[in-house]
Design a protein around this ligand. Structure first.
Ligand SMILES: Cc1ncc(COP(=O)(O)O)c(C=O)c1O
Length: 434
């Protein structure tokens, strides 16, 4: 970024103040970009987007739109209707669903629309417990979900896998109207046949929240049959590598209710550009390069885990992963709680996030006993499985209290091998002019 055309900002009132703000913003922005190039990012919800994308998007305009296709409150919507129709069609083709809405500003908001479309305030919902991997929009008391609906929870067994018997038992007693399957920190695949039959038995809707897994599913790296669900939500910006926002997908019978729950139910306007950016990301997910990126994300998480497990068999919760992240038990293995381990690695140039683990004493973040280590960013930047194994070894050294300067230098050397700007491109979709 350059600070070249700010003069107009300096004309009205207290010019020094506006100039100072502008300088501060540009300096901070540049420092943030430099910082991101200098660290290894293992935050599972982050990713690095191919640099060419910004130059090869279908629409660069600024218009917003509101409402659903064919029912707009603004003039000039004919082409917007067509763009939204095509984008939704692409999403349906990629994920094998009947209906798609790509308007939500985030997956939290898409979840809000699902609850509003299927439930009345106070209705009962069954979801995965937070420390077993659930998300705050799945019934945390401080969140709208926990305030507006009556949540019950199912958990995981000693092997770290969902206890489907407990889920069925609880569902029969609790009689939920909605069952949520989805997670922020559950590294295994889901038994959707079990959950579908459980929902059929108690007469509940099944909502799959695939915020994290969307790109892995699109890229063929994580098996998940969306047709088992009544409604699906997913982030566009995590493993799918699109713009920030979410998709809401559903069966044809629920299309009108979900449309109404998005608009006017939970939001008004959305930018057309995000819709077309999302559709482009979905098209990219059809390429061999994307499938390779998705598969490597999982392979990197497993390679990282191998080294951690070689140090201590308790290090990786459940002993492995089917996804782009794993859970590291830092308290039992290294004597650091999640917050301490996160801070220690941050100082050495490695970004992670503290994570509640199934055996923690509570769902509170201050009790979090470990870290979630994600690999989507690594995969996008071109890291190899050998790099990931080396990274695992370095994480062990760092958390075991080896000399800090030596550890920091080793992480720096690894960081220098790959850069966010090196994101492996999906050249099939780069127009020839670029
Ligand atoms: C399972 C799950 N659902 C929903 C969300 C919310 O997504 P957003 O941050 O886009 O609101 C997350 C975020 O990480 C998540 O992990």
């Amino acid at each position: 970024m350059t600070d070249t055309d700010g003069d107009a900002l300096h004309t009205a009132g207290a010019p020094d103040k506006w100039a100072r703000f502008r300088t501060e913003l540009f300096e901070l922005g540049a420092r943030q970009e430099a910082y991101e190039r200098s660290v290894i990012n293992l935050i599972a919800s982050d990713n690095a987007v191919p640099g060419w994308r910004a130059r090869s998007l279908p629409y660069a305009g600024d218009m917003i739109q509101e409402g659903i296709v064919g029912k707009r409150p603004f003039a000039g919507a004919a082409l917007h209707n067509e763009l939204e129709r095509v984008a939704a069609e692409i999403a349906c083709e990629v994920f094998g669903t009947d209906h798609a809405i790509l308007q939500s500003h985030s997956c939290s908001q898409a979840n809000q629309a699902v609850y509003q479309g299927l439930l009345r305030p106070g209705d009962r919902v069954l979801a995965l417990r937070f420390r077993a991997g659930g998300h705050l929009t799945h019934g945390m008391r401080a969140n709208f979900s926990g305030r507006d609906y009556a949540f019950g929870f199912y958990g995981v067994g000693p092997d770290g896998r969902i206890d489907y018997e407990e889920a069925r038992r609880t569902a029969k007693e609790f009689r939920p109207r909605l069952v949520i399957c989805g997670s922020s920190s559950y590294p295994w695949s889901y038994d959707l046949d079990e959950l579908r039959s459980l929902c059929d038995e108690v007469g509940a809707y099944l909502h799959l929240d695939l915020s994290h897994e969307a790109g892995l599913i699109a890229g063929g790296a994580f098996a998940c049959d969306l047709r088992a669900a009544d409604v699906v939500t997913m982030s566009l910006d995590k493993t799918l590598r699109g713009p920030h926002g979410a998709a809401l997908l559903c069966r044809a019978e629920l299309a009108d209710r979900m449309d109404a729950a998005v608009h006017p139910g939970t939001q008004s306007s959305f930018p057309i550009r995000r819709l077309t950016d999302a559709a482009t990301a979905l098209l990219e997910s059809r390429t061999a390069a994307f499938a390779e990126y998705a598969g490597r994300s999982v392979a990197l998480a497993r390679a990282l885990g191998r080294r951690l497990l070689a140090h201590d068999a308790r290090a990786v919760v459940g002993g492995g992963t089917d996804k782009h992240y794993l859970l590291l038990d830092t308290r039992r293995v290294f004597g650091h709680d999640g917050r301490g381990a996160e801070a220690l690695l941050e100082e050495l140039g490695v970004l992670t996030n503290r994570q509640s683990l199934p055996h923690d004493p509570s769902d509170r973040f201050r009790d979090a006993g470990g870290l979630r280590l994600g690999t989507a960013w690594l995969s996008s930047c071109g890291y190899t499985t050998e790099d990931a194994e080396e990274l695992g070894e370095l994480v062990v050294h760092a958390l075991s209290g080896r000399d800090r300067d030596t550890c920091a230098a080793a992480f720096r050397e690894l960081t220098g091998r790959h850069r966010p700007g090196d994101v492996r491109g999906m050249t099939e979709f780069v127009p020839a002019a670029n």
